[in-house]
Design a protein around this ligand. Sequence first.
Ligand SMILES: O=C(O)[C@H]1O[C@H](OP(=O)(O)OP(=O)(O)OC[C@H]2O[C@@H](n3ccc(=O)[nH]c3=O)[C@H](O)[C@@H]2O)[C@H](O)[C@@H](O)[C@@H]1O
Length: 288
Amino acid sequence: MHHFGNPNFELIRHDVVEPILLEVDQIYHLACPASPVHYKFNPVKTIKTNVVGTLNMLGLAKRVGARFLLTSTSEVYGDPLQHPQVETYWGNVNPIGVRSCYDEGKRTAETLTMDYHRGAQVEVRIARIFNTYGPRMCIDDGRVVSNFVAQALRKEPLTVYGDGKQTRSFQYVSDLVEGLMRLMEGEHIGPFNLGNPGEFTMLELANVVQETIDSNAKIEFHPNTEDDPHKRKPDITRAKEMLGWEPKISLRQGLPLMVTDFQKRIFGDQSVTAATSGTGTGTSVGST
Ligand SMILES: O=C(O)[C@H]1O[C@H](OP(=O)(O)OP(=O)(O)OC[C@H]2O[C@@H](n3ccc(=O)[nH]c3=O)[C@H](O)[C@@H]2O)[C@H](O)[C@@H](O)[C@@H]1O
């Protein structure tokens, strides 16, 4: 939105499943719902976006000689049997499960990217993004960090799925953006894991949200979803060595920045900032 006044900025609303002709130098191919709730809602469309959409964007890159960056995912490792996950690990993905539309879709997107590189000399880059959060996320995105933050602010119980012992490693959005730009501008194809190795169980995450927003927030256990990966943590040695990149913002530093943004959007500008002061009381978070 803040770019709308910039005469050098143009927004084109387009479905990547349909071909498009553009003059571009670089393509950051980010298109695809990333929240499990959203990508499972219309799984065939998710596959089409990852396969046909990626084909179309690679075709465009080939025609105009653009450099192409694929935003792949930690989900290519499935429910990993190696921990932490190194880029050389081929993964443990259920090909017929409810998450396959995304996991296998992104794996095929990686395959297409490498085939266009080998077969048509397209300059390509592949990032495998691990769980990312931050301001401007959809409040109803459905992923765990945005769910917990919105729930704590609204004085609703935090919904922990399963026993809450499964782990994820959470990356603040600006670290990811820096990593993607370094990858695009650098010389290496990848794939590169881009994530923060700080690993938390979902119960630990719930505790950090309680500390940050409301120490009295309740936790409510819900059945877990099918094929939910048990643990996930990136090995980022390759990105450190080849891109000179590593995340700078810890969960405890990044979460309050997201809380401020969510507070404004949920309650309006007059909301009091107790939630971001780290007091853990959350008592003055008001609703309009
Ligand atoms: O955030 C991301 O970047 C990633 O999100 C999803 O992967 P997932 O790790 O399953 O993301 P969440 O839906 O946030 O789930 C994380 C964990 O929290 C749990 N969860 C989720 C939501 C909730 O309200 N409560 C809860 O305990 C889930 O069961 C899961 O174990 C996508 O599949 C990835 O491609 C994407 O990169």
